[in-house]
Design a protein around this ligand. Structure first.
Ligand SMILES: [Zn+2]
Length: 333
């Protein structure tokens, strides 16, 4: 048993409380590699932001859970080395799909887990989330649960169509499960292809996706005042990165994300955690493609991973400062 507190990690409870009161959101960046971890830590330290480093089931399959936990431990020590005496770093399981997986993560140094029973019938979703909460709270690990279904593909999570969260269910669900935060479905979507062009409107030559269902979000906020709400699938899929990828030999068609303006708006509400994964993948791939196209003789991974890391760091800082507003929000620097 490895307790996250011994690794210098924190759970989400205090940071969410402050984020809701302060009208901003905490970034939740997925990571699979050392370079992503370094870029996240550099960005968080430079902006003095709390940060959630999250690991999906796919990331565990790719990189191994023990290695990822040690990267998170390394992240805390690295942040201190970079001059941040009191970093607030959460190691979070993204889309845990069983009690066993959540337990394994809790027993191995995670400070927060998500149990995603959103595809189950309502009562089964409640029973599963409650079981995870009861186990997690013994170790002061926080739990995110989900109500409503997001469309799109994210590692091993996929759904053909979305079902908005029903505001009338949220009080019952959060009370009976005892979860610490709730992921809702209001029109965000997983992956880099969140919408088809047919679902969008053409404004000044740019495809604009349908707006998020702010009416549902506000109704949920009214039912659960001050309760932490989470948005998944919130990459913006910047055209600049997509264009770079396509310019240097890639082939990404109709990649469309959530406009940052809408995420900025959501951050001011009870939305206190915003998940961003695809944008990091795009930033990394764009930089690697560009570097290799311009330096065809390079074969040392450090030569192209360094600009990739720089590009991800730039993207993370942009999100923290210009979209989520979590810069300068550490309890202690
Ligand atoms: Zn998700």
């Amino acid at each position: 048993m490895v307790n996250y507190k011994d690794l210098g990690l924190v759970n989400t409870r205090e940071m969410f409380k402050r984020a809701i009161a302060g009208g901003y959101a905490i970034p939740a960046f997925n990571f699979n590699t050392m370079e992503q971890m370094q870029a996240i830590v550099m960005a968080a330290v430079e902006t003095k932001s709390p940060v959630i480093m999250q690991v999906s089931k796919g990331a565990r399959n790719y990189a191994n859970g023990t290695i990822l936990r040690n990267l998170a431990k390394g992240a805390v020590e690295y942040a201190k080395e970079l001059g941040c005496e009191h970093p607030e770093i959460v190691l979070h399981l993204d889309h845990g799909d069983s009690f066993e997986l959540c337990k394994e993560c809790i027993d191995n140094g995670f400070s927060s887990v998500m149990i995603d029973g959103s595809s189950l019938p309502y009562e089964e979703n409640i029973a599963l989330a409650k079981k995870v909460v009861e186990y997690a709270h013994q170790f002061d690990v926080t739990v995110e649960a989900e109500l409503g279904v997001l469309a799109g593909v994210e590692d091993e999570v996929s759904a053909a169509e979305s079902h908005y969260t029903k505001p009338e269910e949220v009080i019952d669900f959060s009370t009976r499960t005892g979860c610490d935060s709730l992921a809702i479905s209001i029109g965000t979507s997983h992956g880099a292809h969140k919408f088809t062009p047919e679902q969008c409107t053409l404004v000044n030559g740019v495809l604009v996706p349908p707006p998020l269902a702010f009416d549902i979000l506000h109704e949920i906020e009214k039912k659960l005042p001050g309760f932490p709400i989470v948005l998944h699938g919130s990459s913006s899929v910047p055209m600049e990165e997509v264009n770079t990828i396509n310019k240097y030999g890639g082939h990404l068609e109709a990649a469309i994300g959530i406009p940052e303006e809408q995420l900025r708006e959501a951050s001011k509400s009870a939305v206190c955690k915003i998940n961003i994964d695809s944008d990091s993948r795009l930033a990394m791939t764009a930089a690697i493609r560009k570097h290799l196209a311009e330096h065809p003789g390079d074969f040392d991974p450090r030569q192209y991973l360094k600009p990739a890391r720089e590009n991800m760091k730039k993207m993370y800082i942009h999100k923290i400062v210009n979209v989520l507003g979590s810069d300068g929000k550490l309890a202690q620097c």
